[in-house]
Ligand binder design. Structure first.
Ligand code: MNH
Length: 482
């Protein structure tokens, strides 16, 4: 075996300082990959973090019999303490007294298995198609806002896309309206969520010992979390009282009424609440980032912009959007795929060795690099998706053509993983895709866009996800309002 390259660690802080890039820790990790190669090691506290960025090694990491998801450090709770009984746990026994939502749970957590089995059909193609009208409702609010603002207004792109995606997931998941387009200040739930996310993100960058000294931050984090849970509990209670009446197109209804085919049991209320919060968080920042980067790419690449607008005009004309027309937009699909290749908005995922994985299986590149059971393996999705061995020397350029179906099909499986992998891959993928296609199509159909500052240069704003920083556009209606 070969030693895994690594920058020199510092006593006590480990390699933490290497992550202290003024722009973003992600940037720092990518720069280190340029120096140390497609696999390198960082010491963070007591654990080693292996950072991987080649398609070949990611292909191995996608083998679910050898590697499993390691729940993200920034969000993970303390270890679950002893659980009572089997199957669905009593739930109050976890580190902070609350169960883990699907995103943060481990594979072994019976709460994950239960939620997964109940929710996979609720996120399936038919259910998502059933959400079309609600998605369109919110998209129309955005359209009207930009139409009324008029061509001389400066549009804060990521802010408005965040309003859109948040209102969309809340309406589709639980029939609740945040009405973000009707107020300058955010809904109190959203404030709590933003506070919670920003402190969770900051924690990932600080040594644990520093965080443990910041009592005020600790209290704030907890009170934000308490508030989200209170609102969530209230929503579940109200729904139980009035019944869903919406069938299974609503995720809250599916969780309240659904039974686990394996155990016959329904989900506990505290688990439903944890997952509602998970969907609101996982379901909005990523999609809003995707939409923002997609517009930036189009505005920086006039040929692609023209091609996609032409396609939208050919297929939609001035007609209302429908599901069947949305399925006929290959170039727009390619624009979204290429955007998530260059700037995957969930920029990294973590793996670790599967339990009982030993010998040659516990290595990468045929025995070359040995992996230890405690190692956390960090996949830099963006760097991996620019692997020159797969994407060539122009890998960093925006070229939607390489993502048209006939070319996309020929890529190695591991070469495009913005939605993660296998059974722990994104459950909201079809939801996000339908929403993004619809919004892009509606906006391109109705507006001409330009950058407020034609010289805008991309800088990344990183929280748990990434977005383009300070992106400002102007929008003018192409035809009158109909
Ligand atoms: Mn989503 C998991 C990316 C939209 C809900 N999502 C993941 C993972 C990635 C990801 C990557 C895997 C994480 C890991 O391996 O640790 N998700 C995205 C992107 C978009 C997105 C790039 C939009 C673009 N996700 C959505 C939407 C929802 C959602 C929309 C909900 C409505 N995602 C989830 C959930 C999981 C997840 C829940 C965890 C699934 C599981 O582990 O069972």
């Amino acid at each position: 075996t070969h030693p895994i390259p690594h920058p020199p660690p510092l006593p006590f802080l480990g390699n933490l300082l290497d992550l202290m890039d003024p722009e973003s820790p992600l940037n720092a990790l990518e720069n280190l990959a340029d120096t140390y190669g497609p696999i390198y090691k960082l010491m963070k506290g007591k654990t080693n973090m292996l950072v991987v960025s080649s398609v070949a090694m990611v292909a191995e990491l996608c083998d679910e019999s050898r590697f499993v998801k390691a729940p993200p450090m920034a969000l993970s709770k303390k270890k679950p303490e002893e659980k009572e009984g089997e199957g669905s746990s009593k739930g109050k026994e976890k580190g902070n007294g609350r169960p883990a939502g699907m995103f943060t749970a481990t594979n072994e957590d019976p709460d994950w298995g239960q939620a997964h089995r109940i929710l996979v059909p609720a996120f399936g193609p038919l259910a998502i198609e059933g959400m079309f009208d609600q998605m369109q409702d919110i998209a129309t609010q955005l359209l009207l806002k930009w139409a009324r603002l008029g061509p001389s207004s400066q549009i804060a792109v990521t802010d408005d896309f965040t309003r859109l995606t948040l209102d969309t997931i809340a309406l589709c998941a639980m029939d609740y309206r945040f009405n973000s387009f009707y107020s300058d200040s955010m809904h109190p739930f959203v404030d709590a969520m933003v506070g919670f996310l920003s402190e969770s993100g900051n924690r990932a960058k600080r040594p644990a010992i520093v965080t443990s000294l910041m009592k005020r931050k600790e209290k704030q984090l907890k009170s934000n979390q308490d508030f989200m849970f209170l609102v969530g509990e209230d929503l579940v209670k109200q729904r139980r009282e009035k019944g869903s009446g919406k069938g299974n197109t609503d995720l809250l209804g599916a969780m309240i009424e659904g039974r686990d085919p394996k155990t016959g049991l329904g989900m506990r209320d505290d688990l439903i609440v944890a997952n509602i919060i998970t969907f609101l968080i996982a379901g909005h920042e990523t999609t809003s980032g995707l939409l923002s980067f997609a517009f930036l790419n189009l505005l920086k690449n006039p040929d692609a912009y023209q091609a996609v607008q032409q396609e939208v005009d050919n297929i939609l004309g001035r007609n209302a959007i429908s599901l069947s027309r949305l399925s006929k937009l290959p170039y727009l699909n390619a624009v979204l795929r290429e955007t998530l290749r260059l700037t995957p908005t969930a920029p990294a995922i973590q793996k670790q060795l599967a339990p009982n994985c030993t010998g040659a299986n516990a290595t990468l590149e045929d025995g070359k690099f040995k992996i230890e059971p405690d190692d956390k393996i960090f996949i830099l999705i963006g760097a991996m998706q620019c692997d020159p061995l797969v994407y060539g020397e122009d890998a960093k350029e925006f070229k939607p053509e390489r993502m048209l179906e006939e070319n996309f099909k020929k890529l190695p499986d591991a070469a495009w993983k913005p939605f993660g992998n296998g059974m722990r891959g994104c459950i909201g993928r079809a939801f996000a895709w339908q929403e993004a296609l619809m919004v892009m199509a509606m906006l391109l159909q109705n507006f001409d866009f330009r950058l407020h500052d034609p010289a805008y240069k991309l800088r990344i704003k990183q929280t748990l996800t990434i977005k383009p920083k300070d992106l400002v556009m102007r929008a003018s209606l192409r035809h009158g309002m109909s």
